[in-house]
Every structure is written in C-alpha cells, then in structure tokens.
Design a protein. Structure first.
Length: 122
C-alpha cells in the first residue's frame, strides 16, 4: 500500500494536485448535491477532506468513485504515491457493425469523471 493517494483536480488552480496520507483515512463517504457530487474522506482526527467532482450520483454507479479511492489506497505496495483513477461516465459508442472486419469506428469517445476541487474541512 502506498503512503499517499493523489487526486488530480482540474479546476483547482491554487492546488491542482492534493496528496492525502492513507494512514489518516478512516472511511470514505459520498454526498450528492445537484450536478456536483462530493466525496468525503473521513480522517481519524476531527477534520475531513472533501473532494468534488462534476458528475451527479445519478450519472454513475454510486460506489464507483468510492471504489476508485479504495483501489488507489490498496495499490502500489511499497510505493509512495498512488493516483486515484477516474471512473467511466459514459462508455464509447462504436458505429453499427455490418460484418466488416478490421478497424472499428468509434462515433463517440468515452468520458470520465473529473475531480474539480478539494478542501480540508476542520
């Protein structure tokens, strides 16, 4: 298990990357609100990390972001940093197939959940 997990936050100009010590995380919870969803990393102390992403819980399976966090916490044994991945929001759409072989044309690319902000809440 790595010592820290890292979130790449696209809209947080003052802190585009945040490292959170894994040994301080006691639980991970989700809170949906409108078009943005927050993930709260409850620490063993009195404060928590709140990570915001752009997809409401109705758009992705509820636990997919939480699972991405737990997978990042479990990966990279002996390492220092493990980056939290972005779950798939919409899968890619291939063109209708008519028995052709070879290259498959994709009409719409896959989109992924994007982490936008992070905050330490005492």
């Amino acid at each position: 298990m790595a010592r820290f997990i890292k979130f790449n936050c696209t809209a947080a100009a003052n802190q585009p990357e945040v490292l959170i010590a894994i040994d301080q995380i006691a639980a991970v919870t989700t809170n949906g609100a409108g078009t943005a969803t927050t993930i709260q990393l409850n620490t063993s102390g009195t404060a928590n990390w709140v990570i915001t992403h752009t997809v409401a819980l109705a758009g992705v399976p509820e636990n997919s972001v939480v699972e991405a966090i737990y997978k990042a916490m479990q990966s990279n044994p002996g390492g220092y940093v493990s980056t939290v991945g972005s779950p798939v929001f919409t899968a890619q759409v291939p063109a209708a197939q008519s028995g052709q072989q070879g290259r498959i044309v994709v009409t719409a690319p896959a989109t992924f959940v994007t982490y936008t902000q992070n905050a330490w809440t005492p």
